[in-house]
Design a binder for this molecule. Structure first.
Ligand code: NAP
Length: 316
């Protein structure tokens, strides 16, 4: 067990497996995923552990969907402090911890698990708050002041970001998804969050609309921030997300994809004169919030930022 990707079989024989962990090398934190080998979290979290003087390592756990319940229940016995949870386990995690905090319940997903001393597992979500921190860092804006359009609002990340923007009482929210019915489901779910005494404007404050150019053209005239929460755009050969002419210079573009650093969507946005950022700082800030949740103390943000940027550059 000398590498950094472990499986359920490894967890089952954690103590039996020689050699014993060297001083300071014992895993105490992890990320559960399938796939997980690409995760940049260990490169960000291990320098953070060193910076605050905590002995132990953050490792990757390659866990299949039907292994999650058993694997997460092994953590307390093996001396883990907590774990992150990524695709495809975020919904599963909600059902397999003992207590879920109110935001994670609302977002319908857990990405951070805390192991308590009494072996209880607590579930949290740092993706939504991480997105808000990243947004204000990138553009010096607050979601509450923005008219926001989410592409991919029916996917896991899009849904979480849409709900987080609604909780932040954003000015307007437009949900778009390739499979339109999924965006409608999310809109119906978050409609109650918009029932306040906000002054009604000329456009509906919350809408799910079709992914069609004429519909989007009209919506984008009344949009400040476009979020790409689809999984499209990770390859430079992917087709353009939005037809030419739809992005306008006043738009802020937030692409949740961060690999490559300059995605096709970002390149199109910049060509249209808009400001754009990728999702790397969301990864940073969700990690910072997870770290603070595990250790109940401020995280060494700049150490984590530098380590993450280095890892992302090396990963290409
Ligand atoms: P997911 O649950 O599988 O959802 C995928 C979404 O992408 C769905 O809305 C899907 O639409 C849409 N989609 C896929 N291919 C498309 C295409 N060719 N054209 C238009 N829409 C398409 O995935 P997820 O967990 O939400 O992740 C989505 C993206 O966010 C990924 O790129 C992920 O890496 C990124 N992400 C980044 C961070 C970060 O920290 N920066 C955090 C979480 C996620 P249908 O519903 O029609 O299939």
């Amino acid at each position: 067990m000398s590498n950094d990707v472990y499986t359920l079989a490894d967890l089952r024989q954690w103590h039996a497996q020689p050699p014993a962990w060297a001083e300071g090398e014992k895993p105490i934190l992890a990320v559960f995923g399938d796939p997980v080998a690409h995760s940049l979290s260990p490169q960000m979290m291990n320098p953070a552990l060193s910076a605050i003087g905590v002995a132990g390592r953050y490792v990757r756990l390659h866990i299949l969907e039907d292994e999650f319940a058993e694997a997460v229940r092994l953590l307390p016995k093996l001396g883990f402090v907590g774990t992150n949870v990524t695709i495809p386990h975020k919904f599963n995690a909600l059902r397999n911890v003992d207590e879920v905090d109110s935001l994670a319940k609302r977002l319908g997903a857990v990405n951070t698990v805390v192991v308590q001393e009494d072996e209880h597992l607590l579930g949290f979500n740092s993706d939504g708050p991480g997105f808000l921190r990243s947004l204000s860092e990138a553009f010096h804006v607050d979601a509450k002041d923005l008219r926001i359009l989410v592409l991919g609002a029916g996917g896991g990340a899009g849904r979480a970001v849409a709900i987080q923007c609604a909780l932040a009482k954003c000015e307007r929210l437009v949900l778009v998804n390739r499979t339109a019915t999924k965006a409608q489901v999310v809109a119906d779910e978050i409609r109650p969050l918009f029932q306040d005494d906000h002054l009604a404007g000329p456009m509906e404050r919350l809408e799910a609309v079709a992914w069609e150019d004429d519909v989007l053209l009209h919506q984008l005239d009344h949009t400040d921030l476009i979020i790409n929460a689809t999984s499209a755009g990770m390859k430079l050969t992917d087709p353009d997300l939005l037809s030419s002419g739809l992005i306008q210079p006043h738009h802020l573009i937030y692409d949740m994809v961060y690999k490559p650093a300059r995605t096709k969507f970002i390149a199109s946005a910049e060509a249209a004169g808009a400001r754009a950022t990728n999702g790397l700082s969301m990864l940073l800030h969700q990690g910072v919030i997870s770290f603070e949740t595990w250790f109940n103390r401020p995280a060494p943000v700049e150490v984590m930022r530098e380590a993450l940027q280095k890892a992302a550059t090396e990963a290409g």
